[in-house]
Write a protein that binds this ligand. Structure first.
Ligand SMILES: Cc1cc2nc3c(=O)[nH]c(=O)nc-3n(C[C@H](O)[C@H](O)[C@H](O)COP(=O)(O)OP(=O)(O)OC[C@H]3O[C@@H](n4cnc5c(N)ncnc54)[C@H](O)[C@@H]3O)c2cc1C
Length: 475
């Protein structure tokens, strides 16, 4: 059985699997223990209104009508129908080298949705959502936050938040119904299965071996130097560390000024914070005291309807100025209700607050000075939705952007390496300008999230460049 600290560590980073293509599971022979959360979303308020999103359409419709409006229900249905169509059209591009947006539209997207697709990827997510006629700002905010802003350094008016919205809606896993799924045993189960498949195919995996340098001779990668000074010669080097680390490891001087300028233009601070919590009981929501599945969902804690837009706008402006927002958006996850196998020996629940946005660097203060106070401030917000939750906390682990940077080894703590606002051929390339040096990082197409696509696509480039024939099924 786990200690509470181990329970928190197990789920410290990624929790949900959404955008890994089912075709990739087949290619690699992965049999992941996936579980659909149903309901999967919960939108509580501090009053009596709420929404539970799940497969029970009749119940959802009734809640929309009771607590929001028929117009909002129609908008929700229209949004889902359109995003489902785009998802199916765009799916084949996830396991291929990226084209430009226009070429992607031309080759993959049905004619009636081509302009919509290009606009979605280029424009702020607000432009996309406004087309559906939601009457409720709270609902618009929920959609924008959970899929458009998640992990992104951008807000309502930031071009490319629509691209992130598309990435987060590419959920095609079997029986997912378009939702993000739980991997029983934690996300480590994905890594372990990938590692087993690699070993079976002849790979040797060395862990705990930091790379201190990528060796480059005559414009070609020739191997790596490890932390202990030992060398590993290689015909090619594939890097999943973020592109900024890749550049540092290889040496900036080996890249052209143009390429360095391109990469510098992608540099953005991570603005995501995660607070992992061990709870001695499940919270009781003010708007829905009885348990109706809300403790298995992604729960969206947002400011009240009347000032949600103003609050989000102010929050992002605060973050740009290095200030901590009074009410950032919070997605609240519950792990152990979906997967008791990750519960600690005392039966505590694992839960987490996923917070957008906070500054990477604070103006006039430091995270060391503010972390404890701000964590408590966020728990106070949680208490307004579910009174007494703070008292349920028996252990916690706060990951500020600088801590995400040091804990996971990601430059600037940006969880997607390169902002998902940059899509398709605007991301970091699989083939770097240094011969034999490849990237398989989340900073490449199709973007940040546990997807597996970058590894697949990068491997395809390596094999092609070596003049080999892929030994796996290709499109
Ligand atoms: C807190 C958090 C929550 C998230 N939640 C989700 C989620 O629920 N679902 C989801 O799909 N995605 C989620 N993500 C995003 C997802 O985890 C990433 O997009 C994904 O892990 C990227 O995979 P990657 O292999 O490209 O890079 P990473 O997982 O970042 O791996 C890169 C690795 O390179 C290592 N490295 C760096 N430098 C060196 C070096 N010199 N030598 C050796 N190794 C080095 C790093 O330590 C790191 O382990 C989350 C991310 C974070 C941080």
């Amino acid at each position: 059985m786990l200690s509470s600290l181990l329970m928190l560590l197990m789920l410290a980073g990624a929790y949900l699997l959404g955008v890994m293509p089912p075709e990739l599971l087949q290619v690699l022979g992965l049999k992941l223990p996936l579980k659909r959360r149903d309901p999967h979303y919960f939108l509580p308020t501090t009053g009596s209104r709420y929404l539970l999103f799940g497969s029970d359409e009749a119940s959802m419709h009734q809640q929309f009508v009771d607590f929001f409006s028929e117009d909002d229900w129609q908008a929700h249905k229209a949004l889902q129908a359109e995003i489902n169509a785009l998802r199916e059209d765009v799916a084949p591009t996830w396991l291929a080298e990226p084209l430009s947006l226009e070429e992607t539209a031309e080759r993959f997207v049905r004619p009636g949705l081509r302009n919509t697709f290009v606009d979605l990827c280029r424009q702020p997510v607000s432009h996309y959502l406004d087309r559906f006629g939601f009457r409720s700002d709270l609902l618009r905010a929920m959609y924008a936050v959970t899929d458009g802003f998640s992990g992104l350094n951008g807000s309502w008016d930031t071009p490319g938040t629509g691209m992130n919205f598309l990435v987060h809606n590419m959920c095609r896993l079997p029986n997912s119904g378009g939702t993000w799924m739980v991997v029983e045993g934690g996300m480590g189960a994905v890594t372990q299965q990938l590692a087993a498949a690699a070993r079976q195919a002849g790979a040797h995996i060395h862990t705990g071996a930091a790379v201190q340098q990528i060796e480059v001779q005559d414009g070609r990668a020739t191997g790596v130097v490890l932390g202990d000074g030992s060398r590993v010669d290689a015909r090619c080097v594939v890097v999943n560390a973020d592109p900024f680390r890749l550049r540092t490891l290889a040496g900036k001087e080996h890249f052209s000024d143009d390429f360095n300028t391109f990469l510098d233009s992608r540099k953005k601070d991570g603005t995501t914070m995660k607070i992992n919590l061990a709870l001695k009981g499940l919270p009781r929501f003010r708007c829905l005291p009885e348990a109706r599945g809300q403790h298995r969902t992604t729960t969206h804690l947002l400011p009240d309807e009347h000032h949600v837009m103003q609050s989000l706008t102010q929050g992002f402006a605060d973050v740009q100025a290095g200030r901590l927002p009074d009410f950032p958006t919070i997605e609240w996850y519950f792990h152990t209700t979906n997967d008791p196998s990750v519960q600690d020996k005392d039966g505590h629940h694992s839960s987490a607050l996923f917070v957008q946005w906070v500054p990477y660097q604070l103006a006039g203060s430091s995270w060391e000075a503010e972390e404890e106070r701000y964590t408590q401030h966020l728990l106070d917000i949680v208490d307004t939705f579910a009174p007494g939750t703070s008292d349920l906390v028996v252990d916690r682990m706060t990951l500020t952007p600088p801590k995400i940077e040091s804990y996971f080894g990601i430059s600037r703590g940006h969880i997607h390496h390169i902002d998902n606002a940059f899509g398709f051929d605007q991301r970091f390339p699989y083939r770097t300008p240094i011969q034999g040096l490849y990237s398989a990082s989340a900073g490449t197409h199709p973007g940040g999230s546990v997807a597996g696509c970058a590894g697949h696509n990068s491997a395809g480039c390596v094999v092609k460049d070596m003049g080999l024939t892929p030994w796996w099924p290709t499109a």
